[in-house]
Design a protein around this ligand. Structure first.
Ligand code: ZN
Length: 123
């Protein structure tokens, strides 16, 4: 299950960032995952549950933003979203395209507790 390794990487980076901010706790980790990474969210959440106990991220929420795969047709230049199995151009039927999105695996933001009584920003 490659999600375990991916999750460990996300968690390590999040913990480093949180500690640098003086966090006492991580409340939420938001990530973006491209369709083409083939990461299964269920498996990622399972790994997160397994890896976070005993860390600053214990009890936090992992929010996953899914990014669809997108390609540009090498023949007509059309840009279109597609699934991971078929990237044929919907405009001209050309199977040759250049991938432009869907391989992302990023931490977008962290919500942390610093222990101060900071007022809620009412997000
Ligand atoms: Zn095309």
């Amino acid at each position: 299950m490659h999600e375990m390794g991916i999750c460990q990487g996300i968690l390590d980076a999040s913990l480093d960032a949180a500690k640098a901010e003086g966090a006492t706790r991580i409340k939420e980790i938001r990530i973006s995952v491209g369709e083409l990474t083939e990461v299964v969210e269920y498996a990622l959440q399972f790994a997160f549950e397994a890896l976070t106990p005993g860390t600053l991220a214990e009890g936090s929420v992992l929010l996953v933003n899914h990014i669809p795969a997108k390609s540009r047709c090498l023949q007509c230049g059309a840009e279109y979203e597609h699934d991971r199995f078929d990237s044929t151009c919907p405009s001209c039927g050309n199977p040759f395209s250049e991938n432009i999105a869907g391989r992302e695996l990023l931490i977008d933001s962290l919500e942390i507790d610093t222990g101060d009584e900071a007022p809620e920003d009412g997000e």
